[in-house]
Design a protein around this ligand. Structure first.
Ligand code: A2P
Length: 269
């Protein structure tokens, strides 16, 4: 009898297992993967994830971790780009598949990069909601602030669904409610669309400039004494919001020098 000595499959470097995948639209999906036991990160940070290319080399992109630091699993929220080198393949992952995850979290959308304040704004467009999906599940968010406002602007109503369901879950999650002593009630959700009809339409930048946003929320405006902000969206959005925030006297902070607001580009896979 002859025994074939099968070549041992090459282990994927930094491999993690896909646990679940949810497709929200034909352009958006979220997925959860196993968390390396040694991985420590601060809610709001990002890591490099990806797949092996045909030539055996890793193809990696920056992805915000959408799950909070206390979660046993890691969640990610992604667009699907038809001819995108990574997302054209990543969108087909299924439970049991493996992805590569480099366990080196970094980022500026973290509580440490902001000085203490009373009201925290999360401004997001598209998949830029991902770091805030982490931060609205982070108890420290509610310990540090009296009010937390999450704005999310997308083209169409269906693009808002991931965030809408998440906010609903956060507000009704018993564990989070207990952990934050009801702090989740401080969370205000402000979704807007720009192309499809919805109850609130318009770019968040326009709603800020016109004062509509403040009128809707019953807030006078922003002040560097009370307001802190985190911004995550397209380059255009980030620059436009920066200008508005600076106009209110808020200054950009960093891990090394905390201030009143921080910005990060929403990464495109
Ligand atoms: P709009 O439809 O007016 O371009 P995208 O899908 O292109 O990433 O955009 C996501 C959302 O962000 C859209 O609703 C888009 O509005 C909005 N957006 C894009 N650029 C800006 C910007 N510079 N300022 C404010 N909102 C923006």
């Amino acid at each position: 009898m002859t025994t074939a000595t099968a070549a041992k499959p090459k282990a994927l470097p930094d491999a993690q297992t896909v646990l679940s995948v949810k497709h929200w639209t034909d352009q958006l999906f979220s997925f959860r993967v196993s968390r390396p036991a040694s991985l420590r990160f601060r809610s709001g940070e990002f890591v490099m994830i990806g797949l092996l290319k045909e030539d055996g080399k890793p193809l990696l992109r920056a992805y915000s971790i959408a799950s909070p630091a206390w979660d046993d699993e890691l969640e990610f929220y992604s667009i699907k780009v038809e001819d995108g080198p990574l997302t054209s393949r990543l969108q087909h992952i299924e439970p049991g598949d493996q992805i590569i995850l480099r366990p080196k979290p970094v980022g500026t959308l973290v509580h440490d990069a902001l000085l203490p304040g009373k009201r925290l704004w999360f401004f997001s467009t598209g998949t830029g909601i991902a770091p805030f999906a982490s931060l609205i599940r982070e108890p420290q968010t509610y310990e540090d602030y009296d009010q937390v406002i999450l704005t999310h602007t997308c083209r169409d109503v269906a693009d808002l669904e991931y965030g809408r369901q998440l906010v609903e879950e956060v507000k009704s999650d018993e564990m989070l409610r207990e952990l934050t002593e009801g702090g989740v009630d401080k969370l205000v959700y402000y979704p807007t669309t720009t192309r499809e009809q919805s109850p609130k339409m318009g770019r968040i930048t326009d709603l800020l400039k016109s004062g509509d946003l403040f009128d809707d929320l019953g807030i006078e405006g922003m002040s560097p004494d009370t307001d802190r902000a985190m911004v995550c969206g397209s380059l255009g959005l980030n620059n436009d919001i920066k200008e508005i925030l600076e106009g209110y006297g808020l200054r950009e902070g960093a891990n090394s020098e905390p201030a009143e607001y921080v910005v990060e580009k929403a990464f495109v896979g």
